[in-house]
Write a protein of this length. Structure first.
Length: 827
C-alpha cells in the first residue's frame, strides 16, 4: 500500500497538466504560481488560420525549459530537477476527488498483495520457461527504449521535430519514472518471488522487487509514443508491447503481480505529467488527460456524475414504475436488472412526465402515479438539471412483528419456505421481530448507504437423525447432528455499501442485493431470497447503444459483480461472480443474458487460472484440477414482451437458467423455467391488476434426479447457490414445480390491497415421499400520512412432507409493520 500512497502524489501533480484543458478550467485547477519550479513566459498569439480544429494548448502552458529540439534554457539538469520537484512535492496538490480512483486502485493492489504468493507459486517453475520470459521482457524493454532513442536520433538527422520530441519526451519520462521507482525499491526492499520463502516480505536485505522498473519504463515510453501518434495501430503496438513486458516479468519470476501493477501505473502517470507539461501541441499529437481529470469530468458537482443510492428492492417504487411501463408510459426501463439508482428512477419519472405533457394521458390513475413518484423524486429530478454538492437522508425507521402459529417451513434447499424473498431474515414458530433503519448520503460522485436491522426469532426443534441422514444422502455431505435451532438475537447489515459514479457506471462495494429477472415471485439466477452478499459491483446507470450494426440491438445495460458467499460448509467460503447484459431491440421487447460462476472456497485456491477459467471456460469442471477449476457455471436468459396489439393490457415474460450449458437457449430441455403474465388493469376495473407466474426446476433432463441438477453440483459444491443457508435464486428450490397468482387493488399508488396464492410440489425422487405446499395470503399497505406507513398481512399455509411429519401441517403467519419515512429529514 506504500506504493499506492506514492501513486497518489504522482497523480496529484499530473492532474492539472492537460494541455487541451479550457483556460478558465485550468485557472481553477492549477496550483498557485509559486508551486511551479519553471516560470512560464507568455508566447505571442498564434495566427488563427494555423490552429487545428480541436482545442490546443495555450502557449503559456507549454514548458519550453529545454525546447523540443534540445535548445538549452535551463539545461538538462535544471529540467530534470524541475521534473523531480514536481513529482516529490505533488502531495500538496491532492484533491478529495482523487479518492475516486485511488480507493478502488488501493483495493485492487491490496487484493494482489494478498494473493501474490499463491499466484506466484502456481506459475511454471521450469528454468527454461523462466529464462524464456526473462529474455522476452528484456528484449521488449530494449525495443521500446531503443525505438524511442532511434526516433530522437532520426528526428535530428531528418529535422523532424515531432520525431525528435517523441524520442526525447519518452526518454525523459522513462528516466524520471526510474528514479522514483529505484527510490522506492531501495526504501521498501521487497524480496523477489525466488528469494526467501517466496512471500515477498518487505524491508529485507537484498530485496528489490517492488515496484517493477521494467514495467515503469515500458509504460512511460509507450504512453508518450501512443499520445504523440494517437492512431489505433500505434496505441495497440505500444501498449501491447508494454503489456507483454509486464506479464513477462511476472512469468519470469522476477516480480509479483502487485509489483508490475504499481510500476506500470507509476510509469504511466509520470509520462502523462511529462507529456502534458513539455509537449508542444503545434507539432501534433493527442490530448492526454490525467486520471483525475477523467474522474472530475465537468466538475465534481455536475449533474452527469452525481452519486445516487440504489432504491431498495422491497420499495413501492418498483411496482409503481412497472405498472406505468406496462401501460405504455415507459420504454427505457430494464425490469430484468434491478435495483435501480434513484437517479435512474428520476429519469424514468421524467420520461413518464414527457408522455403526459405530450397528451398521451388516457387514465387519471396514471396521473396519480406520476404525481406520487414526482414527489418522491423531487430532489433527484432537480439534481438532474442543476446538480447538487451533497445530500443526506434518513430513508426509513421501521419495526415489524410476525407471529407464526403452527410449524413453518424454513429450508429453501430441501423443503421450501413459508416466508419468501425476505432478505434471508430468520423466522420460526412463535413471535418474530425486525427493527431496522436505512439512510444514505452523497458527496459529489460518492454515495454511502446503510441499512441495518435487529432480528429476533425464537428457538425451534431441529431435524431428527433420520431426516439429517436423508439430507446427507441427497446432498452427498456428512450427516449433521440432530440439534435444536438456536434462537436468533442478532444485528445484521442488509444493503450497506459505498459507491461512486464513474463515467456513467455505478461502482459499488459492500453488501448488496440483486434481482436479475422480470418476474415478481422470484428470479432464478439471483433474487433477494437470501441475505445480501459482499460484492464489488459495476452497473451501467443509464442505457447505452452499441455502434455499427449492433445498434439494431437497441439500448443496452450491463451489470457485473464479484462477491463471496457466507455460511456454507461444503465447501466453506466459496466465491461467486456474475455478469448480465440486457438489450431492448424494440420498445416492447427486453432480452437478458446472464451467467454466474461459483468457484474457489476451501480446497480450491484462488489463482489467476481459476479466475480466468471461471469467466471463459465452457467445458466440465471435472476436466480441471483444484488450482485452475472454473467451478459451477450457470447460464441464464430472460425476456419481457408487451404484446403490441394489447400492449397496455398484457405483458408476457419468462426467466430461465441451465446448468453446465452457456445459455438456456443452447439446451432448452435442460433449462429450469419461470414464466408469467402481467395485466396492469382489468376490463372495467382500472385499479385492479393481475399477475400469474409458474416455475419449474424439475427439468426433463435425465440428470435431473435426486435433486442433483439445478442448484447443485456433482463434483464439489454441495451447498451451491446458498448464502447463510438460503437460496439466492428462486424460492422453488431443487426439483420443484409451482405457481403463484396475485391481484392488487390500488386505492392510490402507495395504498394497496393484495390477494395472493402459492402452490409448490417437490419431486419424490429428491425428497422421499415428495412434498406439497399451498398457501393463500392477504396484504394491506396503507400510508396514514406522507411519512408514516402501515403494512399488515395474513397468510394461511398447508404443507405435507411425509419425511417431516406423517400428517398435513398448517400454520398462520400474521405480520404488522410500521415504518417512518421522513422526507423532511433530508439535507
Amino acid at each position: 500500500m506504500l506504493g499506492c500512497c506514492w501513486l497518489t502524489a504522482v497523480e496529484a501533480l499530473s492532474a492539472p497538466c492537460c494541455y487541451a484543458q479550457p483556460q478558465e478550467q485550468q485557472a481553477s485547477a492549477l496550483p498557485s504560481a509559486k508551486e511551479h519550479d519553471v516560470q512560464q513566459k507568455p508566447a505571442p498569439e498564434p495566427d488563427s488560420s494555423s490552429l487545428p480544429a480541436k482545442p490546443t494548448a495555450s502557449p503559456a502552458h507549454y514548458d519550453k525549459s529545454l525546447g523540443p529540439t534540445g535548445g538549452p534554457r535551463l539545461g538538462l539538469m535544471g529540467r530534470f530537477l524541475g521534473d523531480q520537484k514536481e513529482i516529490w512535492t505533488s502531495p500538496a496538490r491532492l484533491r478529495f476527488s482523487d479518492t475516486d480512483w485511488l480507493v478502488p486502485l488501493s483495493g485492487i493492489t491490496a487484493g494482489l498483495f494478498v494473493t501474490d504468493r499463491d499466484f506466484s507459486k502456481h506459475l511454471s517453475q521450469s528454468p527454461t520457461t523462466i529464462s524464456h520470459y526473462k529474455m522476452l521482457s528484456d528484449a521488449g524493454a530494449a525495443a521500446l527504449v531503443g525505438g524511442a532513442g532511434g526516433m530522437w536520433l532520426l528526428g535530428h538527422a531528418s529535422h523532424n521535430e515531432h520525431w525528435s520530441e517523441t524520442g526525447f519526451l519518452a526518454g525523459e519520462a522513462a528516466v524520471n519514472s526510474l528514479v522514483a521507482v529505484e527510490g522506492l525499491k531501495y526504501s521498501l526492499r521487497r524480496e523477489r518471488p525466488y528469494q526467501g520463502d517466496g512471500s515477498g516480505s518487505f524491508f529485507q536485505s537484498g530485496g528489490t522487487s517492488f515496484p517493477s522498473e521494467h514495467a515503469a519504463a515500458a509504460w512511460s515510453v509507450a504512453g508518450v509514443i501512443a499520445h504523440e501518434y494517437p492512431g489505433p495501430l500505434t496505441q495497440i503496438v505500444a501498449y501491447g508491447l508494454a503489456s507483454l513486458i509486464t506479464v513477462s516479468r511476472v512469468k519470469a519470476q522476477q516480480h509479483f503481480s502487485s509489483d508490475v501493477l504499481v510500476g506500470s501505473i507509476i510509469g504511466n502517470l509520470v509520462a502523462q505529467n511529462i507529456y502534458s507539461r513539455h509537449h508542444d501541441p503545434e507539432l501534433g499529437g493527442g490530448e492526454w488527460r490525467s486520471i483525475s481529470q477523467l474522474f472530475r469530468g465537468d466538475g465534481t458537482h455536475s449533474p452527469g456524475n452525481q452519486g445516487s443510492p440504489y432504491v431498495p428492492l422491497d420499495s413501492w417504487i418498483y411496482p409503481a414504475l412497472e405498472r406505468l411501463g406496462a401501460l405504455g408510459y415507459l420504454d427505457s426501463e430494464f425490469l430484468g436488472m434491478r435495483p435501480w439508482t434513484r437517479a435512474e428512477c428520476a429519469h424514468l419519472v421524467d420520461e413518464v412526465g414527457d408522455r403526459i405533457r405530450d397528451g398521451q394521458l388516457d387514465s387519471p390513475e396514471v396521473s396519480h402515479f406520476y404525481d406520487e413518484l414526482s414527489k418522491e423524486f423531487d430532489a433527484d429530478l432537480k439534481a438532474l438539471s442543476a446538480g447538487r454538492e451533497y445530500s443526506m437522508r434518513v430513508e426509513s425507521i421501521y419495526a415489524r412483528t410476525t407471529e407464526i402459529t403452527g410449524p413453518p417451513l424454513n429450508d429453501s434447499y430441501h423443503f421450501g419456505q413459508t416466508i419468501i424473498n425476505n432478505y434471508g431474515r430468520p423466522y420460526q414458530r412463535g413471535f418474530n421481530t425486525v427493527d431496522g433503519f436505512s439512510g444514505w448520503g452523497t458527496k459529489g460522485r460518492f454515495t454511502i448507504y446503510v441499512r441495518g436491522e435487529y432480528q429476533h426469532a425464537p428457538s425451534a426443534p431441529g431435524y431428527s437423525n433420520s431426516v439429517q441422514n436423508v439430507i446427507a444422502a441427497v446432498d452427498q455431505t456428512p450427516a449433521q447432528p440432530a440439534t435444536p435451532v438456536l434462537a436468533a438475537n442478532q444485528f445484521r447489515l442488509l444493503d450497506t455499501y459505498v459507491a461512486a459514479n464513474v463515467a456513467g457506471w455505478e461502482m459499488a462495494f459492500g453488501k448488496q442485493s440483486l434481482w436479475w429477472g422480470p418476474g415478481e415471485g422470484g428470479a432464478l439466477i439471483f433474487s433477494d431470497n437470501a441475505e445480501p452478499i459482499y460484492m464489488a459491483r459495476a452497473s451501467r446507470i443509464s442505457p447505452t447503444t452499441l455502434p455499427w450494426i449492433f445498434h439494431l440491438l437497441g439500448p443496452m445495460k450491463v451489470d457485473l459483480f464479484f462477491g463471496k458467499l457466507s455460511g456454507n460448509e461444503f465447501p466453506p467460503r466459496p466465491l461467486l461472480h456474475g455478469e448480465k447484459i440486457s438489450f431492448k431491440p424494440t420498445k416492447n421487447l427486453e432480452l437478458g443474458f446472464s451467467r454466474t460462476s461459483e468457484f474457489g472456497g476451501v480446497g480450491r485456491p484462488l489463482t489467476a487460472a481459476a479466475i480466468f477459467n471461471s469467466y471463459v471456460s465452457f467445458v466440465s469442471s471435472g476436466n480441471y484440477g483444484a488450482n485452475d477449476n472454473p467451478g459451477k457455471r450457470t447460464g441464464g436468459f430472460d425476456f419481457s414482451y408487451r404484446v403490441p396489439f394489447v400492449r397496455k393490457w398484457l405483458t408476457l415474460y419468462s426467466d430461465s437458467i441451465t446448468a453446465d450449458d452457456p445459455s438456456p437457449l443452447a439446451a432448452p430441455p435442460r433449462a429450469a423455467i419461470s414464466g408469467g403474465l402481467y395485466m396492469p388493469r382489468l376490463p372495467g376495473l382500472p385499479k385492479l391488476d393481475l399477475r400469474v407466474e409458474a416455475v419449474n426446476t424439475d427439468t426433463p433432463s435425465s440428470r435431473s434426479t435426486g435433486g442433483k441438477f439445478v442448484y447443485w453440483e456433482l463434483f464439489y459444491y454441495h451447498n451451491l447457490y446458498l448464502n447463510k443457508n438460503n437460496l439466492i435464486g428462486s424460492w422453488i428450490g431443487r426439483e420443484g414445480v409451482g405457481y403463484q397468482a396475485w391481484s392488487t387493488y390500488s386505492f392510490s399508488p402507495k395504498n394497496t390491497l393484495r390477494f395472493g396464492f402459492r402452490h409448490a410440489k417437490v419431486d419424490s425422487d429428491f425428497i422421499p415421499g415428495g412434498e406439497t405446499v399451498n398457501d393463500g395470503s392477504v396484504k394491506l399497505d396503507w400510508w396514514m400520512r406522507h411519512d408514516l406507513s402501515l403494512s399488515t398481512s395474513v397468510q394461511y399455509e398447508k404443507w405435507f412432507a411425509p419425511l417431516l411429519a406423517p400428517t398435513p401441517q398448517t400454520n398462520w403467519t400474521s405480520s404488522v409493520e410500521i415504518a417512518f419515512r421522513p422526507r423532511s429529514w433530508t439535507k
